[in-house]
Design a protein around this ligand. Sequence first.
Ligand SMILES: NC(=O)c1ccc[n+]([C@@H]2O[C@H](COP(=O)([O-])OP(=O)(O)OC[C@H]3O[C@@H](n4cnc5c(N)ncnc54)[C@H](OP(=O)(O)O)[C@@H]3O)[C@@H](O)[C@H]2O)c1
Length: 317
Amino acid sequence: MDMNAAVVHRYGPPEVVRIERRPRPRPTGADVVVEVAATSVTSGDARIRAARFPAGFAVPGRIALGLRGPRRAVLGIALSGRVVETGPKATGLRPGDRVCGMTDMRMGAHAQYAAVPRDRLVGIPDEVDDDRAAAVLFGGTAALWFLRDRARVRPGESVLVVGGSGAVGSHAVQIARALGAEVTATARAENTDLLTRLGAHHAIDRSATPLTDLGERYDVVFDTAGVLHSADASALLSPSGRLLLAAATLGETVTARGRVIAGTAGAGRDLVSDLVDRVAEGTLTPVIDATLPLDRIAEAHARVDSGHKVGTVLVHP
Ligand SMILES: NC(=O)c1ccc[n+]([C@@H]2O[C@H](COP(=O)([O-])OP(=O)(O)OC[C@H]3O[C@@H](n4cnc5c(N)ncnc54)[C@H](OP(=O)(O)O)[C@@H]3O)[C@@H](O)[C@H]2O)c1
């Protein structure tokens, strides 16, 4: 059986993404085939589509992903949907179950069906709809991993989120607040109301108040925009301050230690499970920028490329 999939054969602008008919994946081993209800076009997908990597990652990125185009032509790492088939070693899930999760480097979520390792999938609680289950994954896993697992934010600490309106930032503001922090976040003027609604105690218009004019020191500075470097961030950090770099260069990733934290959140099931529980409880609400059908996925990529999407862009295959 065939399906529609968004395919990238050559790195390039949003227009390189084409809809093609592809064979529907079959489940082998511990894989589960999911009929995709919602998937996100993330900053990570747009980076891969354009081969636009943080400084230093251009060569390793192409070696890992493909020289002229991605070896795995169907991008997309985050999805929600329904189980349609299970592999012989995939236990605990049945056709019809509502699930969400991340495919990670295997990608393949920008299609009507995707094969996902069983241990990457989490059941979606009844209170959570498919869109929110898909939208929480990419930004939420990064925010939870950096703030809770790496920086170990404690109640009463001060947290600055640079880029609080994006996919990572909009989750980071809410999670930092839920961890008991005093939260300051930056965004463009039109997004400062959103920062307040998400729970920021202090919402900063980044064009009116540059980071150098904040006049405060923070226990945690989380740069989701890739604008801070260790040297200029030290003036923003308290004596016990930690700097979290979501968009670190290769050099920053290799040298990060002590109070500077970089790395990749990964797609762990524990993180995903925690996130959907928070959505079900109503303590975390993913921000959805736009929802488009699969045949308009190039528009979704263009929106991500703008650098100013608000939260997450979803696609319905
Ligand atoms: N390490 C990991 O595991 C991991 C995981 C996920 C994502 N990431 C990386 O994290 C970064 C953010 O991802 P995302 O999906 O959240 O991106 P995004 O949704 O595009 O958000 C980017 C944010 O940056 C702000 N921004 C843009 N230009 C800025 C500037 N010059 N100064 C300050 N803020 C600026 C934007 O908001 P305004 O326009 O409102 O200011 C927006 O809030 C990406 O580089 C991504 O690759 C890393």
